[in-house]
Design a protein around this ligand. Structure first.
Ligand SMILES: Cc1cc2nc3c(=O)[nH]c(=O)nc-3n(C[C@H](O)[C@H](O)[C@H](O)COP(=O)(O)OP(=O)(O)OC[C@H]3O[C@@H](n4cnc5c(N)ncnc54)[C@H](O)[C@@H]3O)c2cc1C
Ligand SMILES: Cc1cc2nc3c(=O)[nH]c(=O)nc-3n(C[C@H](O)[C@H](O)[C@H](O)COP(=O)(O)O)c2cc1C
Length: 767
């Protein structure tokens, strides 16, 4: 094949090398606009996996590259006058300039023709003479932008400003240096990539940048200002730019996250940063570029493969890898963009939060990297959880937590789950066994399912209720069992289904109306859930009084049953969520319109419940922190205001769920996918929160808690099939202090032994 590679970056050069290695008959020319040796940027970091990949692809260049790697293990986080050092991170880095020299040399050796100082114009006719044109012309690709529509280009310009500098100061550790100034926080990411040189990226918010006046400074002035700001880390070494072609503040960039729906158009194929970018704070752009190059060369040289099939496979496989990295990169980017959310943390927790920001590194990863450091974090967590009384080194999920006078023995919660198994609202033997078993299973707090305050407030005919003496008796039996036989606390979740009521049992069709026997439903407005559902009657003020009083009566009955806590369900599109969401609430009175108005009735209900509930017992509220509808619905930003409003009425905990508030929602699922909302509400609103949603491993729970992203973690589906999730986690983590019903102690110790044996065998295999 006759191939033109546009750009002389890592992607183009490595692709040219990989093609020639597979078939020396290919004619390949690389066109780079700069002279050799002139490039932007300084060092790049690699992972062990990338090294394995490039070694398998081309041992010759890999040997030179790896021979020149700078290695370092530690990460230093400088914050509020403290330096927090953790080890075992195993970074490797190399200068970008040196990497390109090695690749240029290898490409030439294999017969690739390199043209420098050759600006390429996508409109030029000469590209037609090539079978393929590889657009490896970087994030600002002219070849991609010449036909944005064909490639389906999506560019997200991120909020922070950064400048990529270098210095002769040699940093022994990967260094994050955070400085608080009168203009706001500014920080550096610095690492060594050669024996005498380090990368030094300076980043801050756009407001801080403008307030410093960086927008009006020349490049030299900017550099001088950064040298002054970070003088204590530079030990007299200078900062330098190698983007001298960029004038004034242009050296400061906003990171651009690039995605392309299609990576091929005609004979043009996108490669590396031209197709996708990953934020520099997770350091994977070069890795992606090299791995793209290997894959593309592979499929193009596979015998019996059509060009079309080859390109399909290239995009399908690579775009999946890119998606995974871009997800982690987005978390990391957002962490730096919302830095001020975390600056009230103590330095140790701040460092932990920084290290786990992308959700790629978890609590147990950190234990493997640096056990001693992680144990310092665990001890710190326990000390704080016990007001300094405990010096225990143990997983955060087992630390106690206090809400008013209620103390839960650990941070694991059985999330509310409708069982659709009651008759006339009365919980029966199924519920007795179900809740009893989950309390025996070790969770610190067990929530009841949404228990409805009236017959017409039920979701389905199978929902439990709290409106008469039969309900009180049946719930009391359950609560008494929990208190007598476990250390778990039990919380009564109270709700009213609103417009989403009168539907089938969950497994017969969620939100689908009954075949017969439907009852009339009411809601904030006459907006129906779907064309199949009833149109609800908008509530009058007297309806509102009646329902509020039903909630209060249910709270009083909850007290008779001796529940430890009450939660108001104001999420998931039921009655109160329907008031809060602008998608369901179309009222024009004082209960509709602004968020303040939409919250008025739910807050009134909450306040009335709070007044009827003893002041030493806690209350929570479950909210949907987003309608998953962009700015048309409730946004995560508003969720902070919502949490704060309930807290002012006496809510001790915000139970942060999301969505299910309108049928057209566009959720973004993934591991722990709702936790960022809890993080935001907790750390912007300074409120206690509970995170929920696809949290299923002890490692998830510990990572969330230690990073201060929530105070409690709730698991729903995992508890359906494993009531003993918490005891199993204790066995897995070899934590002996968990309360286990004495009747089950032998089972727990056997499980702990077996899991330890398995873990030791797996570790031996790895060695
Ligand atoms: C601040 C910062 C820090 C980073 N840190 C890391 C890191 O630690 N680890 C990591 O892996 N990645 C890092 N990256 C990302 C990394 O630099 C890129 O992902 C990587 O360079 C992509 O390689 P590429 O070959 O696709 O594009 P590039 O390296 O951008 O190469 C494109 C080349 O094309 C040339 N070119 C462009 N247009 C034309 C034209 N019309 N005609 C001729 N030539 C043209 C350019 O001059 C350039 O040489 C960082 C990026 C930034 C901005
Ligand atoms: C069967 C089932 C019933 C549920 N019923 C309720 C409920 O009654 N009240 C509530 O607030 N959430 C309810 N949920 C939502 C869960 O509490 C939880 O928020 C959701 O399942 C996400 O957590 P998970 O990923 O751990 O399952 C229910 C979930 C399931 C699976």
């Amino acid at each position: 094949m006759k191939i033109a590679c546009i750009g002389g970056g890592p992607a183009a050069l490595y692709f040219a090398i990989s093609m020639k290695l597979r078939d020396p008959a290919h004619e390949i020319e690389v066109f780079e606009r700069n002279p050799p040796g002139v490039t932007f940027g300084w060092g790049v970091v690699f992972s062990d996996l990338t090294v394995e990949n490039i070694t398998a692809n081309d041992p010759v260049s890999a040997e030179i590259i790896t021979g020149e790697f700078a290695h370092w293990d530690d990460i230093d986080v400088h914050f509020k006058g403290e330096t927090i050092t953790s080890g075992g991170h195993g970074f490797i880095g190399i200068g970008r300039k040196r990497l390109l020299e090695i690749l240029q040399h290898r490409a030439r050796e294999l017969g690739v023709v390199l043209h420098f100082e050759s600006e390429c114009d996508p409109a030029a006719r000469k590209w037609r003479d090539f079978d393929l044109v590889i657009a490896a012309d970087g994030a600002n690709s002219r070849f991609r932008d010449a036909d944005r529509e064909a490639f389906g280009v999506d560019i997200d310009v991120r909020a922070n400003k950064f400048v990529w500098l270098g210095t002769s100061k040699v940093f022994d550790a990967f260094t994050f240096a955070f400085e608080e100034t009168e203009h706001g926080w500014i920080w550096a990411h610095a690492y060594r990539f050669a024996p005498d040189c380090s990368t030094f990226i300076v980043e801050c918010s756009e407001e801080t940048w403008a307030s410093f006046g960086f927008d009006r400074m020349s490049q030299d002035e900017s550099i001088a200002a950064c040298e002054k700001l970070f003088a204590k880390y530079l030990d007299g070494h200078r900062l330098q730019s190698n983007a001298s072609h960029l004038v004034g503040s242009a050296a400061w960039l906003n990171f651009r996250r690039i995605k392309c729906e299609r990576w091929t158009s005609g004979n043009v194929i996108l490669l590396g940063d031209a197709a996708h970018t990953a934020h520099f704070s997770i350091g994977s752009g070069t890795k992606l570029a090299l791995e793209d190059a290997i894959k593309l060369a592979d499929v193009l040289n596979r015998k019996g493969f059509s060009l079309e099939a080859a390109l399909d496979e290239y995009q399908a496989e690579r775009s999946l890898e890119v998606l995974k990295l871009q997800n982690s990169a987005r978390n990391s980017t957002e962490w730096f963009e919302t830095l001020e959310r975390y600056t009230h943390f103590e330095p140790l927790q701040f460092a932990y939060s920084l290290l786990t920001r992308s959700q790629r590194i978890s609590h147990e990863n950190l234990r493997l990297r640096d056990r001693e450091w992680l144990e310092t974090v665990e001890r710190w967590f326990w000390k704080r959880a016990t007001d300094g009384k405990s010096n225990k080194t143990a997983p955060p999920m087992f630390a106690p937590f206090k809400l008013r006078e209620m103390e839960v023995q650990n941070r694991v919660t059985v999330s509310p789950m409708a069982m659709y198994s009651a008759v006339d609202g009365v919980p029966n033997d199924f519920h007795f066994v179900h809740y009893g078993e989950r309390a025996l299973g070790g969770a610190g707090l067990v929530f009841t399912e949404m228990t409805c305050v009236s017959p017409e407030g039920r979701i389905s005919p199978g929902c439990t209720g709290m409106w008469n003496a039969d309900h009180v008796a049946a719930w009391k039996r359950i609560v008494d069992f929990v208190h007598a036989n476990s250390k778990a606390k039990i919380c009564l979740q109270l709700g009213h289904s609103g417009g989403k009521g009168s539907t089938r049992l969950g497994w017969e069709g969620n939100d689908v109306p009954l075949d017969d026997g439907n009852w009339p439903v009411m809601a904030a407005s006459d907006v129906r859930w779907s064309p199949a559902n009833q149109v609800p009657t908008p509530m009058t003020r007297s309806d509102m009084d009646k329902v509020r009083d039903q909630f209060v009566a249910a709270v009083r009955m909850g007290l008779e049953c001796d529940f430890d806590m009450v939660e108001l369900h104001a999420a998931h599109g039921y009655l109160l969520a329907g008031f809060i969401s602008p998608l369901q609430n179309r009222r024009t009175d004082e209960y509709g319109g602004s968020l303040e108005n939409r919250l008025r009735y739910p807050l009134e209900v909450f306040a009335a419940m709070r007044a009827a509930w003893p002041s030493d017992k806690p209350m929570s509220v479950r909210i949907s922190a987003t309608d998953w509808a962009g700015d048309d619905g409730v946004t995560p930003e508003e969720a902070v205001e919502i949490g704060e409003a309930f807290a002012r009425e006496g809510a001790d905990l915000i139970d942060v769920s999301a969505g299910q508030t309108w049928a057209g929602q566009q959720p973004v699922y993934g591991r722990m996918f709702q936790t960022p909302f809890s993080d935001r509400i907790r750390n912007e609103g300074k409120l206690a929160t509970m995170a929920v949603g696809n949290i299923y491993e002890p490692d998830h729970a510990n990572s969330i808690l230690a990073a201060g992203r929530a105070d409690l973690v709730a698991l729903a589906r995992p508890h359906l099939v494993d009531p003993f999730w918490t005891l199993r986690a204790a066995a897995q983590l070899d934590y002996r202090d968990v309360h286990c019903p004495p009747q089950y102690l032998n089972g727990l110790s056997q499980l702990a032994r077996n899991l330890k044996r398995e873990a030791d065998a797996a570790a031996a295999l790895r060695v």
